[in-house]
Each structure stands twice: as C-alpha cells, then as structure tokens.
Design a protein around this ligand. Structure first.
Ligand SMILES: CC(C)(COP(=O)(O)OP(=O)(O)OC[C@H]1O[C@@H](n2cnc3c(N)ncnc32)[C@H](O)[C@@H]1OP(=O)(O)O)[C@@H](O)C(=O)NCCC(=O)NCCS
Length: 175
C-alpha cells in the first residue's frame, strides 16, 4: 500500500481533517477526556497521511508561537491533534506524520523547541519517539483569562533549546 504525505494550510484543510476528528473524538467521547471544555488554538499547518484506498488516515496539526520561558521570548513549535483512523493504527502512520511535522519545524531553523500535550496513556508513545516530559508550569489563555494549564501533560522535543523546568507561557490558547 503506498501512502502520500501532504502538509497543508491549517484553516483551508480543516474540512479534510474534520471527519477524522469527529470519528475519534465525537462530543460524547470528548466529554469523558481530561481536556473536555478546554478551548484549543487552530492548527496553522496540517500533516495528512493518505492511503490510496481510504484517503486521509492520519493527521498531525502544527502550531508556531512566540512563547515565554521564565519571561524570555522563545519560538515554540506546537504539535497537536495526532490522530490515526482506528482501523489503520500500528502501521507507523502517526510516527511518519510526527516526523514530517518536526522536520517542518526544524527546517524553519528558528524554532527553539517543540511541545505537545498528552494524556498519561499516550505518554509512552511520545517518549519512545524522543519526547521528554516538561516538569515546569504552563500558562495559557482561555475565555476565562490566563490560567495554569494542567489538564494534559506537556512534553518537549529538543531543537535549539533543551527545556525541562521553569514556567512557559504559551501567550495564547493551548494546542
Ligand atoms: C496514538 C495514535 C495517534 C498512534 O497512531 P498510530 O498510527 O497507530 O501510531 P504508529 O503506527 O506510528 O505507532 C504505533 C506504535 O505505537 C504504539 N502505541 C500506540 N499507542 C500507544 C500508547 N498509548 N502508548 C504506548 N505505545 C503506543 C503501538 O503499540 C505501536 O507500537 P509498535 O510500532 O511497536 O507496534 C493512535 O493510537 C490514535 O489516534 N489514538 C487516538 C487519538 C489520540 O489519543 N491521539 C493522541 C493525542 S495526544
């Protein structure tokens, strides 16, 4: 089975991503998750993995943000919405899509670190792929104002900077 990888504008390609989000995270499932009720940012870019029979089988969202770490401005690359169709898992699609997303962030040259948030059950998936838990505090914007974000655990991928502790302010909504 051959696959194709595309990286598209996030807003323009939302319609292609939406069925996968709805299949994996319908509202009644989201309601049971630790991040129910969180308002997330929209992806700036989206990685799509397609197979020749079923079309989109995997998605990863890419975000870019000027954040602060202990008050210093840094350039973060965000990863979110990592999703593989249930019947297409275990074929390396999410690994390929994550690699494509990280390559995009690396190629830009100015990204200091990449960051994602995940539920505890998915942490081993990311640590096995070079991500490290970030042990400091995260602040984000929500409709209620600036809050400390603890719903899901931050993980970092080292690019130009190796962050492990301290305070990161995402200066916007989480991803
Ligand atoms: C997590 C997810 C994206 C993985 O997608 P995938 O395309 O199956 O991933 P890959 O095929 O690249 O990698 C699968 C490997 O990761 C392992 N894996 C998958 N989920 C795992 C988890 N939660 N913890 C540890 N390992 C995990 C598989 O056992 C498999 O291992 P193997 O290669 O040794 O057989 C997919 O399970 C999914 O869409 N889950 C629901 C949505 C979700 O929770 N997304 C993560 C949001 S942070």
């Amino acid at each position: 089975m051959s696959i194709e990888i595309d990286i598209l504008n996030g807003d323009a390609s939302w319609k292609e991503a939406e069925p996968l989000f709805n299949a994996i995270w319908p509202p009644h499932v989201i309601a049971t998750l630790p991040w129910a009720g969180v308002v997330f940012a929209h992806a700036e870019l989206r990685v799509f993995v397609r197979d020749e029979v079923d079309g989109v089988v995997c998605h990863v969202g890419i975000y870019r943000r000027e954040v602060t770490w202990n008050g210093r401005k840094l350039r973060a690359g965000g990863i979110g919405g990592v999703l593989t169709r249930e019947d297409k898992r275990g074929r390396g699609y999410a690994t390929i899509a994550l690699e494509a997303a990280l390559r995009t962030l690396k190629d830009e040259g100015s990204t200091d670190f990449a960051m994602l948030f995940c539920e505890p059950k998915n942490a081993p998936f990311y640590t096995a792929r070079g991500w490290t838990p970030f042990e400091g505090e995260i602040f984000v914007e929500q409709p209620s104002g600036r809050i400390r974000f603890t719903a899901i655990a931050p993980h970092v991928f080292d690019l130009r900077r190796k962050l492990r502790q301290g305070t990161i302010d995402l200066c916007g909504q989480p991803w």
